[in-house]
Ligand binder design. Structure first.
Ligand code: APR
Length: 185
């Protein structure tokens, strides 16, 4: 399943149901942890599909950047993935919503897009950061993710022409598709 929403400045948002590691883009965002240590979920899938070079690069930078605060991100090459870069973002752990989680989640999306712009990427994909192990309720995370991306594409974007939200499962896909259908831009 797939849906494309053009923005009136020529940029666009795509929503795709599937495995993020299979979808070709310039920069693929990852839902990482503060120590950039790898893990399960989409992080595990990205490291498995990308191969050992991703972790080698993270190992080399860990001492200078980790622990990364929630909302932060770092970029590596993409190894065997169909991308030029992987941008490892650290989402907030859900603690009820009153501890700055929405701001930190929005920051993940902005930081990834900023790092993608620095690398002159044209397309960037995102998983639903924080909505797995980190427990951020999916219906609450979706408008934050879409809002941050819409805002960036409408104001700051230069090289980035397309953002792809890759949702794991039909229910998540429908949530994003419905929100994008109703978003005013
Ligand atoms: N493609 C796209 N989305 C995926 C994939 C995949 N291959 N695999 C899982 N997902 C989805 C999950 O369904 C969830 O909605 O990614 C979303 C984020 O879930 P997690 O991967 O658990 O990420 P997060 O909640 O941010 O937790 C991060 O988990 O794996 C560890 O190292 C990671 O400690 C960190 C924590």
């Amino acid at each position: 399943m797939e849906l494309t929403r053009p923005l009136n400045n020529g940029r666009r948002i795509r929503v795709v149901e599937g495995d993020i590691t299979r979808i070709p883009v310039d920069a693929m965002a990852n839902a990482a942890n503060a120590m950039l240590a790898g893990g399960g979920g989409v992080d595990g899938a990205i490291h498995r599909a990308g191969g050992p070079s991703l972790m080698e690069e993270l190992d080399a930078m860990r001492a200078s950047v980790a622990p990364l605060a929630a909302g932060g991100a770092v970029a590596t090459g993409a190894g065997a993935l169909p991308a030029k870069f992987v941008i490892h973002a650290v989402g907030p752990v859900w603690g009820g919503g009153e501890e700055g989680e929405p701001e930190e989640l929005a920051s993940c999306y902005r930081e990834c897009l900023r790092l993608a712009e620095e690398r002159e990427c044209r397309s960037v994909s995102f998983p639903a950061i924080s909505t797995g192990v980190y427990g951020y309720p999916k219906q609450k995370a979706a408008p934050v993710a879409i809002g941050a991306v819409l805002d960036f594409l409408s104001t700051e974007a230069r090289s980035v022409e397309e953002v792809v939200f890759v949702l794991f499962g039909a229910e998540d896909f429908r949530e994003y598709a419905a929100l994008l259908g109703s978003a005013l831009y």
